[in-house]
Design a binder for this molecule. Structure first.
Ligand code: CAA
Length: 248
């Protein structure tokens, strides 16, 4: 049987790479989108995963550009086949207090983190419905659940992602398509390294687990939600945050 194909946007980032690795370990073929193959050294990234036994490939795409996503989806279908698992990871921060925030800071975060999920998911969900199988996972954030200083843009986009997930879950459930959110807390990646040190230390001091999480902690949740036998878990938000924020 052909291995299921997983598309992971932003798969070359800290969390994305680990998601690709764990999906590969679960027997999925993995394709990532990348923005700039040379700058991201994407061939070396793919080689690293292949050496770890993952069937990994990449396509170039700016997820904030709808037409580019249409073209990317055609390329993926032609080169690799139908996407059955989609993980929307691509995301950026452009932090700043709202009273100082530039229009471009707001727009770029909404365009990539929220509109990007629509632009990509829109291309594949009809195929999933036809196949009677699909798994969509959107990577949100604890800061979408709680709000965070300097992140009105990011918190809005990440909260919006879960609304998108819940609506998509209702639409997909009759057709075997699930949509779930994973909401990471603070994870050791270049994104959290960019937080001013004093603020970062104050945040870590509030994490009951005592430290930031690892990308593998997030990937574990994604592998769980995308399993073939996870079809009844639909419309859920799975927080992975070391008990930083607990709710039900
Ligand atoms: N908690 C408590 N206080 C905070 C704070 C926070 N998270 N962020 C900023 N402040 C406080 C600062 O300590 C400072 O207080 P004092 O004046 O008493 O020193 C005050 O707010 C002003 O801060 P700055 O001097 O830094 O002001 P600025 O305008 O230069 O920058 C900022 C403001 C952009 C919010 C900056 O402080 C910052 O980048 N903060 C971190 C924001 C953050 O937590 N981002 C998360 C990124 S990781 C991520 O998003 C991944 C994920 O999904 C979890």
């Amino acid at each position: 049987m052909t291995q299921r194909l997983a598309l992971v946007t932003g798969g070359e980032g800290g969390i994305g790479t680990e998601i690709c690795r764990q999906l590969g370990a679960a027997g999925r073929r993995v394709v990532t989108t990348c923005l700039d193959p040379e700058a991201e050294n994407i061939e070396a990234w793919a080689d690293g995963l292949r050496q770890a036994g993952v069937d990994a490939s990449w396509v170039q795409c700016d997820v904030s550009d709808y037409d580019a996503c249409v073209a990317m989806a055609d390329e993926v279908r032609e080169r690799f086949g139908d996407v059955e698992i989609l993980v929307n990871v691509a995301g950026i921060t452009r932090d700043g207090f709202l009273h100082k925030m530039e229009n471009a800071q707001w727009r770029s975060v909404i365009d990539i983190n929220l509109n990007g999920a629509f632009n990509v998911t829109r291309q594949f969900v009809a195929g999933m419905r036809e196949q009677g199988f699909g798994r969509v996972v959107n990577i949100s954030s604890v800061n979408g659940q709680t709000g965070q200083f300097g992140q009105t843009n990011y918190s809005a986009a990440k909260a919006g992602l879960h609304g998108f997930t819940m609506a998509l879950a209702k639409e997909g459930a009759p057709k075997g398509v699930t949509a779930n959110t994973v909401s990471p807390g603070y994870v050791k990646t270049s994104m959290t390294e960019a937080i001013p040190e004093k603020v970062r230390e104050a945040i870590v001091a509030q994490i009951p687990a005592g430290d930031m999480g690892q990308p593998a902690d997030i990937a574990r949740a994604v592998a769980f939600l995308t399993a073939d036998d996870a079809g009844y878990i639909n419309g859920a938000n799975l927080p992975v945050n070391g008990a930083l924020f607990c709710s039900f």
